[in-house]
Write a protein that binds this ligand. Structure first.
Ligand code: C5J
Length: 220
């Protein structure tokens, strides 16, 4: 059985191709100046560092004909899927739906809502639009995974402790074997990223595993 050397112990891959790469919210809203991330007072340049690593993992999955799913956090233009509580949260300079330098903040179809050019979805790559932090809430993700016979999920993307961790926990509760790529995820807060990795690894891997991109590539 193919195995990835991981923390807190080795992660066994399925032999039937039932593993997918999940790339969470690598969109301009979070990585580029003028988007939602910066409106909340964050230094968005921190997140750029993982782009080549995520590209490399995506290429490796494509080369092996393994499923890649990207997610985008965004709302309908009328904000009917955005709870008032979410819109008010953060007290940023710009709220969800306000016009910003890259179009309306966190609204589907706006320039700022697009995936960064380095990771523009390839033909056949699946993209999930999600109104929440978790990618299972109000989306067809679970049906999609079931249709493709996926049992194992490798997580990358941003931000580690918000949308990535939320989705990983949702997936864990649904029975998926989850692994978070240590250098394929990033946060505006380095200490939150480290804490998330530690939380995942703790208690015998209570919500999954972590490994470096190199370890994932070596085990694929
Ligand atoms: C946030 C995300 N941080 N993709 N979204 O609001 O983590």
């Amino acid at each position: 059985m193919p195995t990835i050397v991981a923390q807190p112990y080795d992660y066994d891959l399925p032999t039937d191709g039932g593993v997918a790469l999940i790339i969470i919210d690598m969109q301009r809203d979070f990585l580029d100046p003028g988007g939602f991330g910066e409106a909340l007072g964050n230094d968005v340049s921190r997140l750029q560092a993982i782009v080549p690593t995520v590209q490399r993992l995506r290429q490796a999955f494509c080369d092996r004909n393994l499923l890649v799913i990207q997610t985008v956090e965004g709302h309908q233009a009328d904000l009917s899927d955005c709870p008032a509580s979410k819109r008010q949260r953060g007290r940023g300079t710009l709220k969800i739906g306000d016009p910003g330098p890259m179009g309306r903040i966190l609204v589907l179809g706006e320039p700022g809502n697009s995936i960064i050019p380095e990771l523009t979805p390839k033909p056949g790559e699946l993209v999930i639009e999600k109104p929440g932090k978790g990618a299972f809430y109000a989306t067809p993700l679970q049906k999609m995974l079931q249709a493709h016979g996926i049992t194992h999920l490798i997580f990358t993307g941003v931000t580690t402790e918000v949308c990535v961790q939320t989705t990983m926990r949702e997936a864990n509760d649904r029975g998926y074997e989850c692994l978070l790529v240590e250098d394929g995820t990033e946060s505006y807060f380095p200490e939150f990223k480290q804490a998330t990795l530690a939380m995942v690894q703790a208690q015998g891997g209570i919500v999954g595993w972590t490994a470096t991109a190199e370890q994932v590539l070596a085990g694929l």
